[in-house]
Design a binder for this molecule. Structure first.
Ligand code: G16
Length: 546
């Protein structure tokens, strides 16, 4: 059997590739302005069908979202059968196929690809897809559906939902009826699984003050609203920034990325959050989570992905120890270069810690090397993964004392609260709430585990970010030229100074991170490094960061 060339040609002609754009499957799939993604979505539909055929008809996921990016952006990412990110070797194929200029060249690239990858076209193709609330979403989904139609793939439209729910659906569909079954393959199955485990964990805990959830005016608002109905007796929540139909509102002065980068409350929450009250922000597709609280003087404190790692990893280690399984279940942590130096120091004194490049796909794979791997990027994107033997042990272990039995039951329920497929803001939020309730912590107690070094993230717009090449988990630059030496020299002038530079994989910018012992020094270091980056990349002098 060969590719349905006539159908592909007819439909591909409806989705021509713009001539002057070069697409790249980056940190989180293809991501750019929504209005230039039509051909990409059509081609991704075909690629998803081929990926499914290659994997013997397993269901592949496609999520249409640009997550934390501004509303005019959109994007698309593929999800592999266990709910994980697309295998990295296929990312370059995706980039090649998205960039072939004409329908004829696209078809010939497809034919080569099918041959070299040894794809059996006669196999079935199954794809489940969803989108976030962006206005460009419906047209992009229609283009994706044309790609599926061209391949006669079986498509399941999961509608408007969060990225993590789509990942959950992929895993549940593919494990249905097997001994690795992950739950019921519906949204309701997702809410029921997470909330029933959460509700069990909250039995007997004192009532919690309401949690304010900033939904970034995105799809998380819809999901949080549904989830809250399952939590009426366990967690009171107040949903804010839920204006999913207001043009321009998505991620605008709100959401997890805004809070993390600006290190302040979304202005819309200023009058809502009371002293000592905690809140959290989701991002545009609800896969990132940042917590915060106001102290008694109404001063803002952020609890980011590093703080979540510390809280969650410590709690899991404690439970494993109480159950008596410390020798058999090794807990480890994965971070990126963005992790605050204080968090890495605190964690490394207690647990194995690994540093990998940015992108949950890198963290996820590294975390899978542990029995229980806890990973969060500082930006709040992360989860906990349990190896299959670890899960089997947790569900088969026979406790010897009532205390062990209680801890084991908690561990089992925790496993079900966690969405192990990918970072999931709502699942992570429930996990954090469980730990806070069990430890009787408020924001201040949680925050006191270690003190963050002041840190600063700066974006630099340069003519070509691709000239920036990194090594050592993105902590060092090898290109351009002598820039790394200049950064090294600068950093020595700051007490506990650290800074690194990397090209973003989701925005057309270069990112600069800096930390030092004081806020002033940190800002100074960040802006000086940004200036070096700008000069080295040949930027226009008048736009140089100050
Ligand atoms: C995506 C990735 C994250 C990454 C972030 C920023 O998040 O899934 O792992 O940290 O982009 O990446 P970069 O610095 O390369 O732009 P999201 O929430 O936007 O999908």
């Amino acid at each position: 059997m060969s590719l349905p060339v006539n159908d592909i040609r007819r439909l591909s002609d409806l989705h021509p590739k713009p001539q002057d754009i070069n697409y790249q499957y980056g940190t989180a799939g293809f991501r750019t302005l929504g209005k230039v993604l039509d051909s990409v979505l059509f081609r991704v539909g075909i690629l998803a069908a081929l990926r499914s055929k290659k994997l013997d008809g397993k269901t592949i996921g496609v999520m249409v979202t640009a997550s934390h990016n501004p509303e005019p952006d959109n994007g698309v990412k593929l999800v592999d059968p266990r709910g994980e990110m697309l295998e990295s070797s296929w990312e370059s194929h995706a980039t090649v196929l998205a960039n072939t200029p004409s329908t004829d060249e696209f078809i010939s690239a497809l034919q080569d690809f099918v041959k070299t990858t040894k794809i059996d076209i006669s196999k079935p193709a199954r794809v489940v897809y969803a989108r976030d609330t962006r206005p460009s979403g419906p047209a992009l989904v229609a283009a994706l559906e044309d790609g599926l139609k061209a391949m006669s793939a079986e498509g399941r439209n999961a509608g408007v939902t969060t990225t993590p729910i789509l990942h959950y659906l992929v895993r549940t569909i593919n494990t249905k009826g097997s001994k690795e079954s992950y739950g019921t393959d519906t949204e309701e199955g997702y809410y029921t699984k997470l909330s029933s485990a959460f509700n069990k964990l909250m039995v007997g805990r004192p009532p919690r003050p309401p949690l304010v959830i900033d939904c970034a005016n995105g799809v998380g608002a819809l999901a949080a609203r549904v989830l809250s109905r399952y939590l009426v007796n366990s967690l009171p929540v107040e949903l804010e920034n839920t204006a999913i139909d207001t043009p321009g509102a998505l991620n605008n002065s709100c959401g997890a990325d805004f809070v993390k980068v600006n290190q302040k409350l979304p202005p819309s929450l200023t009058d809502l959050l009371g002293p000592c009250q905690r809140g959290c922000s989701l991002d545009g597709d609800a896969d990132r989570l940042i917590y915060f609280y106001l102290d008694e003087h109404r001063q803002f404190h952020m609890l980011d992905g590093d703080k979540i790692t510390t809280l969650v990893a410590s709690f899991i280690v404690e439970l494993v120890k109480t159950v008596g399984l410390s020798e058999k279940l090794k807990v480890g942590v994965v971070q990126t270069a963005y992790a605050n130096g204080s968090s890495t120091k605190y964690l490394s004194e207690r647990l194995p810690v690994k540093c990998v490049p940015t992108g949950v796909k890198h963290l996820h794979h590294a975390a899978e090397q542990y029995d229980i791997g806890v990973y969060f990027e500082a930006n709040g994107h992360g989860t906990v993964v349990f190896s299959q033997p670890a899960q089997d042990l947790i569900f088969s272990h026979q406790p010897s004392t009532p205390t062990q039995l209680t801890a084991l039951t908690h561990l089992q329920n925790i496993l079900n609260v966690i969405n192990q497929t990918v970072g999931d803001a709502l699942s992570d939020m429930l996990l954090v709430e469980v730990v806070l309730a069990h430890k009787s912590y408020g924001g201040a107690e949680w925050d006191s585990l270690y003190t963050d070094l002041p840190n600063r993230l700066v974006k630099v717009v340069v003519p070509d970010r691709n000239i920036f090449k990194t090594v050592d988990a993105e902590r060092r630059l090898v290109s351009p030229g002598a820039l790394q030496n200049k950064i090294d020299e600068l950093v020595t002038k700051y007490s506990e100074g650290r800074s690194f530079v990397r090209p973003s994989g989701t925005e057309d910018v270069v990112r600069v991170y800096a930390e030092a012992t004081t806020r002033r020094q940190t800002d100074d270091l960040a802006f000086r490094v940004a200036g070096l980056v700008y000069d080295e990349a040949g930027g226009d002098r008048s736009q140089r960061p100050k």
